[in-house]
Design a protein around this ligand. Structure first.
Ligand code: PHE
Length: 351
């Protein structure tokens, strides 16, 4: 074995011993570094004759190439080792079941709202939407409830501390009844041209579901709650029609034919006569009790006038019901606040 062979052997061996790239680079320095064995041999050639330089130079170069080949092989091996270690450390267990993503669903009150809209739409009612920040005129005055009238204190209204440029006072609507005059007014305007040309105006038949607000908070009252207004106005609409429509609605909504309805005399400034509507289930957990579900009545002539219509010609009824309460009755929920806490354990039961 020549001196060169044993240097190559020694290099290959110490490269194999290196366990990290840094160790390998240190080992390499001993051979091909600035004062490494091969470099020293090159320097030693200065004293040789031209002939010897040629053959010795060629031999040293071969040895150097052999060392570099060994070095590169070891570099690759170490890099591969490192990659394998990393892959192992970052391994994904693809057999692990995924985290469950529960499907979303509609809130129980939204389910009720949709149900109300569907049932009334099937009876030919339009569905209208209106502002929650309402003018004093629409919430009260137009509904025959003038400023300073004691009937205004029937509801604890949230008044908005703001007057528009027009000096108009606003409130968070305490009921959906302002939609009666708003909608009817739009309807009258829309058909005005036709009426001038002698075409009769179509009947007004609408429901207006939405959010309402009152200063109230306990197990059955929430400062934000829902109402759904109903209005049917024409030339010959009577309390009898209200009874038929509302009875039909309740029986469809609760999927029960043996459901009794009772109209109990009441007072609202915007209806005359007025009635509370109570329902009674004949079977089930609530059987036998009268449950109040809506206020109603024949639209007051002054309100008809405020809609831009002649009360001698137009007559009809309005009602206002509570979708929150209907939801509680339908699903047997005893505390209204559960609807607004946003607890998924409660809400997911309705999916
Ligand atoms: N707006 C009344 C309330 O909130 C309900 C109602 C609506 C009564 C329509 C009669 C007619 O109590």
């Amino acid at each position: 074995m020549t001196d060169l062979d044993s240097i190559v052997d020694g290099a290959t061996h110490s490269f194999a011993q290196a366990q990290t790239p840094a160790e390998l680079e240190n080992a390499k320095a001993l051979y091909t570094g600035k004062s490494g064995r091969i470099t020293e041999l090159m320097k030693g050639m200065a004293a040789l004759s031209v002939e010897d330089k040629k053959s010795r130079g060629a031999a040293i170069n071969l040895a150097k190439q052999a060392i570099e080949t060994a070095l590169n092989q070891r570099r690759e091996a170490l890099a591969d080792q490192e990659l394998q270690a990393q892959l192992k450390a970052e391994a994904l267990d693809v057999s692990l079941p995924g985290r469950l993503r529960a499907p979303g669903g509609l809130h129980p009150v939204s389910l009720t709202m949709e149900r109300i809209e569907q049932i009334f739409a099937s009876m030919g009612f339009d569905v209208a939407d209106g502002p929650e920040i309402e003018t004093d005129w629409h919430s009260f005055t137009s509904l025959n409830n003038p400023p300073n009238h004691p009937a205004r204190s029937m509801q604890d209204t949230f008044y908005v501390d703001m007057k528009g440029d027009d000096g108009i006072a606003y409130n968070l609507r305490p009921h959906t009844s302002p939609m009666q005059v708003r909608y009817a007014h739009q309807h009258v305007t829309k058909y005005a041209e036709g009426v001038k040309k002698g075409k009769p105006m179509p009947e007004i038949r609408v429901i207006a579901p939405g959010r309402t607000y009152r200063v109230d908070s306990d197990a059955t009252h929430s400062p934000m709650f829902h109402q759904c207004e109903g209005l049917w106005l024409g030339e010959n609409i009577s309390f009898k029609d209200l009874k038929v429509v509302f009875t039909g609605f309740c029986r469809t909504f609760f999927e029960s034919d043996d459901l009794a309805l009772r109209f109990r005399p009441s007072f609202f400034p915007f209806t005359e006569p007025s009635a509370e509507i109570d329902i009674q289930f004949q079977s089930g957990p609530l059987a036998g009790r009268w449950l109040e579900v809506a206020g109603s009545g024949q639209v007051h002539p002054q309100v008809v006038r405020n809609m831009g219509l002649d009360p001698e010609k137009y007559i009809g009824f309005a009602f206002g019901m509570g979708p929150d309460r209907l939801t509680m009755l339908r699903y047997g929920v005893s505390d209204l606040r559960l609807f607004f806490d946003g607890d998924v354990r409660f809400l997911s039961q309705f999916q």
